[in-house]
Design a binder for this molecule. Structure first.
Ligand SMILES: NC(=O)c1ccc[n+]([C@@H]2O[C@H](COP(=O)([O-])OP(=O)(O)OC[C@H]3O[C@@H](n4cnc5c(N)ncnc54)[C@H](OP(=O)(O)O)[C@@H]3O)[C@@H](O)[C@H]2O)c1
Length: 385
């Protein structure tokens, strides 16, 4: 059920009377199946019709987020607000149209009393990563990309640890290295890994990131516009592109590889988990939210768990830091450290490794290791694999 004007007024009154610290988080459907979860009829008509109805639909509040309580005792109350567009529509529609729609979602958020707004998934990409939007709305915003970067790195480190790999001796590839999160991950990981390859679509932009890394850490990173070739040699992959469809397929990965898939929608094809039992794919870092958080809507995670971008919005609310925080395409490495410290202060903890809404068990990790050993041996003996 979406919130009409009357319900929005009631909710705002409640927020004001109770003096709640509040936030909103903008979400959108990732595919038609997500739309079907709310409107069954969407499964019975053509995807083209669904997309054209979504395009005309106004943003709306879909649920309240309750039960968040920091270990400091601070509490936060939130709202999920839907921007009804599919990923490909964010890429293909006119930027002005998309920005207007996101701005409307911010106004809806304001009407229920949100004091800060987090931009989820593709709502954080157009308009220079929130820069344009910040001039269009009166409420502070954040893309959530700072804490997402912290968690992407922690996820990759944790996965390497459980697979018995040392980052220092590993070849690491960052796919989407010219993007906001990808570039920040590359900058932070450069001094920690044996060898770094920046993977993207544009050689010139990749070389710019390469020089920034050289200047900031003295590290020599390689660049590649050939995903398959770059990943065939990588032990650890962090992938975080704005691609609408999967871009990493079973043949791209070497046995024993670890992939931390931060992108939403995901970069790694579902085929990888179906046919490659010798690689470990995990979703970018996910955290346990302190308290007894209830999201009121299926966000693809069990209650009480959230992705980096939502967590960052919650942390800023708990801190009463009602200011534009992560804005623009450049992530500040000092802010990545600040977010890590604030998250610890409020009791956010990295959840175990997860993939496609499931926990990756210790047994699964042992199986991957054993299968990887077998595949590597086979490759050494036969020269194929
Ligand atoms: N898990 C989470 O908590 C979380 C939080 C925030 C964001 N995200 C996700 O992270 C991803 C990146 O976000 P961002 O803010 O860093 O985006 P961004 O700054 O726009 O960067 C996107 C990157 O993806 C590349 N790219 C775009 N389309 C591509 C395609 N079809 N094939 C290959 N590369 C492509 C771009 O390369 P070019 O330079 O060639 O354009 C760029 O390097 C998105 O999927 C977003 O939804 C996840």
């Amino acid at each position: 059920m979406s919130y009409g004007p009357r319900k929005r007024r009631q909710v705002k009154k409640k927020v004001e009377e109770k003096g709640l610290e509040t936030f909103a988080f903008l979400i959108h459907p990732f595919d038609i199946q997500d739309v079907v979860k709310k409107y069954k009829i969407a499964g019975k008509v053509s995807p083209k019709i669904v997309a054209s109805i979504l395009k005309r639909r106004r943003p709306f509040v879909i649920s309240e987020i309750s039960g968040i309580k920091s270990s400091t005792g601070a509490e936060a109350h939130g709202f999920f607000v839907v921007v009804p567009l599919l990923p490909w529509q964010f890429v293909e529609l006119e930027e002005d149209y998309i920005m207007e729609k996101i701005a409307k979602a911010c106004k809806v958020s304001q009407k229920v009393g949100a004091k800060i707004i987090g931009l989820g998934a593709f709502t954080a990409i157009p308009g220079g990563g929130g820069r344009l939007l910040a001039n269009m709305v009166d409420v502070p915003i954040t893309t959530g990309n700072t804490y997402t970067t912290t968690l992407a790195i922690k996820g990759a480190e944790e996965a390497a640890k459980v697979m018995g790999l040392s980052l220092r001796n590993s070849k690491t590839a960052i796919v989407g290295a010219t993007g906001s999160i990808g570039k920040a991950c590359a900058q932070i990981l450069a001094p920690q890994v044996g060898n770094l390859t920046l993977v993207g679509r544009d050689q010139g932009r990749l070389e710019e990131v390469q020089s920034t890394i050289k200047e900031s850490s003295g590290c020599d990173a390689d660049v590649s516009c050939k995903i398959s070739k770059a990943l065939n040699e990588a032990d650890v992959v962090v992938t975080v592109t704005g691609a609408v469809d999967s871009i990493i397929y079973p043949d791209d990965l070497k046995p024993g590889a670890i992939v931390c898939d931060v992108a939403r929608p995901r970069d790694v094809s579902k085929l990888v988990s179906e046919v490659r039992d010798d690689v470990l794919v995990i979703d970018g870092g996910i955290v346990d939210v302190p308290g007894k958080a209830k999201f009121g809507v299926d966000i693809g995670l069990p209650s009480g768990k959230a992705e980096g971008c939502i967590a960052e919005t919650i942390i800023l609310t708990l801190e009463k830091r009602y200011e534009n925080y992560t804005i623009g395409k450049s992530i500040n490495v000092e802010m990545v450290k600040e977010m890590d410290a604030l998250a610890k202060k409020h009791g956010f903890k990295l959840t175990g490794l997860r993939r496609e809404e499931k926990l990756v068990t210790e047994q699964k990790i042992e199986e991957v290791k054993a299968n990887a050993r077998k595949a590597i041996n086979l490759k050494q003996w036969t020269g194929v694999g």
